[in-house]
Design a protein around this ligand. Sequence first.
Ligand code: PLP
Length: 354
Amino acid sequence: MKIYNFNAGPSVLPETVIKKSAQAVIDYHQHGLSLLEISHRSKDFLEILEKTTNLVKRLMNLNDGYAVLFLQGGATLQFTMVPYNLMKKEAAYLDTGIWANKAIQEARKFGKVRIIFSGIEKNYSYISKNYHIPDHVDYFHCTSNNTIVGTQMKNFPISSIPMICDMSSDIFSRKLDFCQFGLIYASAQKNISSAGMTIVIVRKEILGKIKKEIPSYLDYKIHIKNKSILNTPNIFSIYTSMLTLEWIEKKGGISILEKENQQKAKLLYEEIDRNNLFENKIHKEDRSNMNVTFFLKKKHLESKFNETWEKENIVGLDGHRSLGGYRASIYNALPLESVQFLISIMKEFEKKFS
Ligand SMILES: *Cc1c(COP(=O)(O)O)cnc(C)c1O
């Protein structure tokens, strides 16, 4: 049965990736063992780890100054690890959404947080382009894509302060100069793999500048030294990441995905803007190409609309529980046809109820 999966995370993955990863769970490379049964110190896994690391470096064009880590604890643990490793006194944060705000709450436990822009008063419906990063802060933290409200940073500031970015919901979705970042983190369950693994990409030279002792699992330097196997990593999620990254490389890399993502988002926003029954509340230039949020103008039609899309095997279209409305997450692996299908449903619904 064809399902149109607009889930926000865990979310859609390429069909070939699911098949290969399912096969590996049954029998990894015809060795007679499941991927779930092999040691994290085995040659098989060390190969997977090396391949995945190299794919990340190649796809993102990272230079040798960067280390790639595969950790656990989600992006949520990074809200703590970042200040633990990098904050001496003060850091600058952009408050562009609910996740960004959570990162701020954690950072406050380590020092002074200077919020240099907050969109909270305007329901996070836009991202300022006029904030200023003070010269004396230890780092600057931003969220490239705000998964819940549906905004995305289209530009990043130029500054000598290390730039830390939560890319959980748009990593590998568009071409960027990734070497402009001091540290990038992304939990895997949106654009990469299964939940339970977080990719951290860090420019090594920004580490080691604070004096206090850091608990081992929270210390990036110790993970780098141990090549992501300080403890038992999430073998399954790392393997599935490798498959997704191979899929991206085979397609032609991030720039191809970027074009496809732009096309999908453009079609869907055009329909929302055109359709009499729906609206999007985000400033046009800040609209996310990954999470498209929209609302019915007439709230009493909600149950009818829900009935309509649920009947058509569309899943995951509900907005985040804190916002209501609708959210179509149109990540890398979501086929164009799924967007076209949703648009056709919205058009039909308009005909019936407008
Ligand atoms: C999903 C998400 C998170 C939280 O990720 P977990 O893996 O659940 O900790 C953090 N930041 C952003 C931008 C997200 O989309």
